[in-house]
Design a protein around this ligand. Structure first.
Ligand SMILES: [Zn+2]
Length: 89
């Protein structure tokens, strides 16, 4: 994607980046429609969606109940999960 593919404002061309609260990247288009954005506008300008979430990884030794290895919290780490949806044009 280059600058010419991005939505434009009549005053000053610039890309529009935003955040939405949805469960997956594929749900972003439906959420925009739910918010009242016209379907033709969404389909004309939406180029892709990057969804991300943090997954809590339970301790492999105590299975989340707490032990010395996980400092009694049951969690050993958090991992970033990303989901990329790209419009098919
Ligand atoms: Zn543990």
């Amino acid at each position: 994607m280059d600058r010419d593919d991005l939505p434009r404002c009549p005053c000053r061309p610039r890309p529009v980046l935003s955040t939405l609260h949805v469960n997956s990247a594929e749900e972003a288009r439906l959420r925009l429609l739910d918010l009242g954005v016209d379907a033709y506008l969404v389909d004309a300008v939406l180029r892709g969606v990057l969804a991300q979430r943090l997954e809590i990884m339970r301790c492999g030794i105590c299975s989340g109940t707490g032990c010395e290895t996980c400092a009694e919290c049951g969690v050993t780490e958090r991992r970033l999960r990303m989901d990329l949806w790209v419009a098919n044009r």
